[in-house]
Ligand binder design. Sequence first.
Ligand SMILES: Nc1ncnc2c1ncn2[C@@H]1O[C@H](COP(=O)(O)OP(=O)(O)OP(=O)(O)O)[C@@H](O)[C@H]1O
Length: 315
Amino acid sequence: MQIEIKNLIKEYSTVRAVDDVSFTVEAGGIVALLGPNGAGKSSLVRMLVGLTEPDSGSIRVHWDGQEFAHLPDGSFGYLPEDRGLYQDRTLRQNLVYIGQLRGLSKQQIDEQLEIWLQRFDLTERANEHLKQLSKGNQQKIQLIATLMHKPPVLILDEPFSGLDPVNQEHVLDVLKDLKAAGVTILLSAHQMDLVERLADQFILMNLGSVIASGPIDAIHQQLAETQHIRFTFAESVEPQELANLPYNNLNASNTERTQYSAEVDLNASLQDLLQQTAQCGPLQEFRRYRQPLHDLYLSAVRGVNKASKDKEVTL
Ligand SMILES: Nc1ncnc2c1ncn2[C@@H]1O[C@H](COP(=O)(O)OP(=O)(O)OP(=O)(O)O)[C@@H](O)[C@H]1O
């Protein structure tokens, strides 16, 4: 299986929701579409599963020796942004109905219900109406409905929305297990800290466009504007003593003034910096650290959004 997206554009009456987006998803692994409200994630996902059509550009799904213009029926499970189960039916009734729609036998449905209700700690509640469940628990039932027919591809629009941190971790573990079992997962999310620990590939979107894509190393190469450094002295060093070094945003991280964080230019030599810093006091530790994806994304998007506003003003 391979999904190849090229120069995809989708417009609604007043907005270009997806603006010249290209990327490829290979079989296996987890691909995360990340971006704020309105970035275009759901619009993209809806085209992938064939609910809407692109205005231009192409989606090519290579599946089982054939090529399709969207994921073919039967090849995927889809968790839509607007959840669609019956509130006045029990959890069991909802899931049996979905299982039947997917062509599962009674035995397969029973097996799947037992596995997944137990995994999500909902076995005791199987005969309650969906509306009696919290939003987070309803979300778990939606997820079971999406994966109970064991599709090889999962398209999950906001699988973490409405979940508390404990349940987010729970879903994260389930997705890791599915990946280990060979399922290909494409998900959209806002929760960058969480998804950074999960996905193999990232597609960072803003205002319909992709601002960076690839594995985490590639994202850092594309977006990092400075190097982030942390260092620790064995004894107190006043910030003024470091004033002549080429650090930006130098901050003491503790009141004893032994630990510091700072930024330096991308092309600065860390070897030279280490030597210069060691001349200011007995250095215990000196290391470069990676900005969290969330911070990297925010600074990149602020730059892009500022540039587009500047452009609007000059026009
Ligand atoms: N059916 C529609 N009709 C008109 N505009 C739409 C429609 N669907 C989405 N849009 C607009 O397209 C843009 C992208 O929306 P989309 O829902 O794809 O973003 P998103 O990244 O999924 O956002 P969210 O995280 O809030 O779900 C937004 O400006 C949105 O208002």
